[in-house]
Design a protein around this ligand. Structure first.
Ligand code: AMP
Ligand code: MG
Length: 315
């Protein structure tokens, strides 16, 4: 068991000594360490069983802390930061020598975000280093959106869980990189592409599962429940096809009372649906099903990130 509480001084003391702390963010819970402490960073990879080629996101208190870590700031990056930081937007930028190669898996770029969760902002403001934090789950499994999720999966591997309540957004941050000066969406997430386009104009969306094309498809099966197979498609059709088996239904707004069923948002709200998605996948994991049948949600706003996670869970 990890100690759990709201004590930012205790969290800060552990991080200063090179320990690991689970932190609340507005997207999902992170597993944090001092970005400048190589030994602490290595502990994250070990605790998560995460391959060393999968780089981490660095969480900064503000743009002043970011400045010395970045060697070139495209104009569009500055605009996006002004519009959406603090918030669920990660920017991949050319790094300076201050960024540890362990954090970036040896890449010349690093991923940065200023998070919006008030408790994490307080923590960052009393530390004199940024925090690297991937999602606080074993590699390849569903990201945690409550302190209880973290405890259940990693409780024996971390020193403290900072309890910031359930995550407001519930899917990971949107990641934007740059091709020259042009922003490119690398991962769909908690900031809708439409919002980005209002600030930066039309952007390319090139979702990837890892920054390293050398790791072909290895990360595709991300976000998957462990105990059943996920199939995504039209529910009426899928129910006909799989009804001989023990099935569960993940639906957007309609109820399916004849089956174990989780409705993402009865009022058809994509933001509510996103915030409940990972809890839903965990719930199905406990239902002893052969197949989880899921329908895509409308492909706008946070719906795009939800559909991306469903597609990956189904791989
Ligand atoms: P997470 O597991 O949610 O912390 O997300 C980390 C992800 O950020 C990685 O799996 C990469 O997809 C992405 N990422 C981090 N650093 C970079 C980078 N330098 N270039 C491209 N993508 C990156
Ligand atoms: Mg993750």
């Amino acid at each position: 068991m990890a100690a759990t509480g709201k004590d930012i001084d205790q969290a800060a003391a552990i991080l200063q000594m090179g320990g690991l702390v689970a932190i609340p963010t507005e997207t999902v819970y992170g597993l944090a360490a001092n970005a400048f402490d190589g030994e602490a960073v290595v502990k994250i990879f070990a605790a998560k069983n995460r391959p060393a080629f999968d780089p981490l996101i660095t969480h900064v208190a503000d743009t002043d802390q970011l400045a010395p870590l970045v060697s070139h700031m495209p104009a569009a990056a500055r605009q996006l930061m002004q519009a959406f930081w603090p918030g669920p937007l990660t920017l991949v930028l050319p790094k300076t020598h201050l960024m540890n190669d362990l954090v970036t898996s040896g890449l010349p770029t690093a991923a940065f975000r200023q998070p919006r969760h008030p408790l994490l902002q307080q923590l960052l403001s009393i530390l004199d280093f940024p925090l690297v934090a991937p999602s606080a789950n074993p590699f390849g499994y569903v990201s945690p959106t409550t302190p209880q999720h973290v405890e259940a999966q990693l409780g024996d591997k971390i020193d403290y869980i900072l309890d910031g309540g359930p995550c407001q957004i519930g899917v990971e941050s949107t990641i934007v990189g740059f091709e020259g000066e042009q922003p490119v969406v690398l991962r769909l997430g908690g900031l809708p592409v439409e919002d980005i386009e209002q600030v930066a104009g039309a952007v390319k969306v090139k979702p990837h599962s890892t920054s390293r094309p050398q790791a072909p498809g290895m990360l595709e099966s991300h976000y998957a429940p462990q105990a059943c197979r996920v199939v995504v498609g039209d529910l009426a059709h899928l129910i006909k096809k799989y009804r001989q088996h023990k099935i569960g239904i993940l639906s957007f707004s309609r109820k399916y009372p004849d089956y174990p069923n989780f409705v993402l948002s009865e009022r058809g709200d994509l933001n509510e649906a996103a915030s409940r998605l990972f809890s839903a996948l965990r719930w199905f994991d406990r239902q002893q099903l052969a197949y989880l049948l899921a329908e895509p949600v409308p492909d706008t706003g946070l719906g795009r990130a939800i559909n991306d996670r469903l597609r990956r869970a189904a791989t």
